[in-house]
Design a protein around this ligand. Structure first.
Ligand SMILES: Nc1ncnc2c1ncn2[C@@H]1O[C@H](COP(=O)(O)OP(=O)(O)O)[C@@H](O)[C@H]1O
Ligand SMILES: [Mg+2]
Length: 361
C-alpha cells in the first residue's frame, strides 16, 4: 500500500438543518478500487460531489494526494468524473468527445491525438474515432465517456452509478471491463453504487453507507463473512436475521433464544459481549441440509423443519423451512442436490455455531 490518494476527515454536509453526510472518515490508498455502497438517498452522491469539488462541505476536510482541497475548484483537483448520464456531446465525434478535456487544457494537437488513441484503446474502442454518439450502442457510449474521463490521465477517477442505464447483461460485462481498465491504468477509483453485486464484483474495498454514516468498511469477503450490523448483513447478500436474547455463555459459546419463537441456538462468535447481543444473522448457505440419516456424532444446532416454499434461483434453490417453534429459516441448497425437495417435506438442517453471527444492532 502506498501513500493515500484521498483522505476524508470528519466530513459532513447538511442541507438546512438536515444532516446528509455525518462526520465520515475514510482513507483511500493510491491505486485502490473502492466502492461507496448504500441505498438510495444515503448520501453517496453528496460525498462524491464533495470530493469532486461541486459541493462544499459543511465541516471537515478532504485531502487529495496529501493536499487539502478546501477552496480548490473542481477543474484544479486533477480528478476525472464519470456519471450515470454520460452526456456525450452529440455533435462531436468520439475523437472530439474524448479529446475535449485535453483541448480545454491547451494540449497540442499531437498530444491530444496520442492520449485519445491510448484512452480509446484502454476501453476497446479502437477504430471508433469518427463515429458520432448516436452511432454507438449504450455500452459503447458509456465506454466513450470512460475514455473521455481517463484521457487526461487523472490519478483519481470518481464514478457515480455509471452503469445503471445499461441492461443487465451489458452491466455485468462492463463491471469486468471497468475493473480491468482500473487495474491496467493503476488509477484510484471511487465508485458509487446502490447495487451490492456490482460493488462485490469490482471492489478492493467497499464502504457501506447508511443514512449519512459509514456502517462498515471492508473487503467484499470481510463484509460478507463478518457483517457488524443487521443493516450490513441484510444489504450485502442475503441473511436470516432474528432478534435474540442471550441466555448463557460457556467456553465462548453463547446460547441465544430467538425472540417470539423461543428457539435456542448455540453461537460461537467471540463478540460482542453477551450484554450487547440483540440479533443474530445466519447466511442461507450456512443453514445446511443433512441429507439422509443424521450422523452418529450429531453436530450442534440440529433443526427438524418442514419445507413451506421453494424459490428456484437456477443453480440454487432457496428453501423456506419452518421449525416447530414457528421459526422460519431460508436455506440455500444446490438445485441438483435438492431436485426431490417439495413443500410439505420434512428435513433436518444444521448450522455450525461459528456461522451464527451475533450482533448488537
Ligand atoms: N442540493 C440539495 N438540497 C437539499 N437536499 C439535497 C440536495 N442534494 C441532495 N439532497 C438530499 O440528500 C440526501 C442524499 O442525497 P444523495 O447524496 O444524492 O444520495 P444517494 O446518492 O446516496 O442516493 C437525499 O435525501 C437528498 O434528497
Ligand atoms: Mg446518487
Amino acid at each position: 500500500m502506498s501513500s493515500p490518494d484521498i483522505e476524508l476527515v470528519n466530513l459532513s454536509k447538511n442541507y438546512g438543518s438536515t444532516p446528509i453526510v455525518r462526520a465520515i472518515d475514510l482513507t483511500v490508498p493510491q491505486g485502490e478500487f473502492v466502492s461507496i455502497l448504500g441505498p438510495s438517498g444515503c448520501g453517496k452522491t453528496t460525498t462524491l460531489n464533495m470530493i469532486a469539488g461541486f459541493t462544499i462541505p459543511s465541516s471537515g476536510h478532504i485531502k487529495v494526494r496529501g493536499l487539502d482541497q478546501t477552496g480548490v475548484p473542481p477543474e484544479k483537483r486533477g480528478v476525472g468524473l464519470v456519471f450515470q448520464n454520460y452526456a456525450l456531446f452529440p455533435h462531436m465525434t468520439v475523437r472530439q468527445n474524448v479529446g475535449f478535456g485535453l483541448k480545454m487544457q491547451g494540449k497540442s494537437q499531437h498530444d491530444i491525438d496520442e492520449q485519445v488513441k491510448k484512452a480509446l484503446h484502454s476501453v476497446h474502442l479502437d477504430g471508433f474515432e469518427d463515429r458520432y454518439p448516436k452511432e454507438l450502442s449504450g455500452g459503447q457510449q458509456q465506454r466513450t465517456a470512460l475514455a473521455r474521463a481517463i484521457a487526461p490521465r487523472p490519478s483519481l477517477l470518481l464514478l457515480d452509478e455509471p452503469l445503471s442505464n445499461l441492461d443487465l447483461k451489458l452491466r455485468e460485462a462492463m463491471r469486468i471491463e471497468l475493473k480491468d481498465v482500473q487495474r491496467e491504468l493503476g488509477i484510484t477509483f471511487v465508485y458509487v453504487t446502490h447495487d451490492q453485486e456490482e460493488a462485490m464484483a469490482m471492489s478492493d474495498r467497499i464502504v457501506v453507507m447508511h443514512q449519512g454514516v459509514i456502517a462498515q468498511v471492508g473487503t467484499p469477503s470481510e463484509l460478507y463473512s463478518t457483517p457488524r450490523s443487521t443493516f450490513v448483513a441484510d444489504f450485502i447478500g442475503k441473511s436470516n436475521i432474528f432478534a435474540v436474547t442471550p441466555t448463557k455463555v460457556e467456553g465462548g459459546i453463547h446460547r441465544v433464544k430467538i425472540s417470539g419463537t423461543g428457539l435456542e441456538l448455540l453461537a460461537a462468535s467471540p463478540e460482542p459481549d453477551p450484554a450487547g447481543i440483540a440479533f443474530c444473522s445466519i447466511r442461507p448457505e450456512a443453514a445446511r441440509w443433512i441429507e439422509g440419516q443424521s450422523p452418529a456424532d450429531r453436530p450442534l444446532n440440529i433443526l427438524p423443519v418442514s419445507i413451506t416454499k421453494i424459490v428456484n434461483l437456477g443453480a440454487y434453490l432457496e428453501v423456506w423451512c419452518r421449525h416447530q417453534s414457528d421459526t422460519v429459516l431460508k436455506s440455500l441448497i444446490s438445485a441438483a442436490r435438492g431436485a426431490e425437495l417439495r413443500p410439505g417435506v420434512d428435513i433436518e438442517l444444521t448450522i455450525e455455531p461459528a456461522a451464527i453471527k451475533l450482533l448488537s444492532s
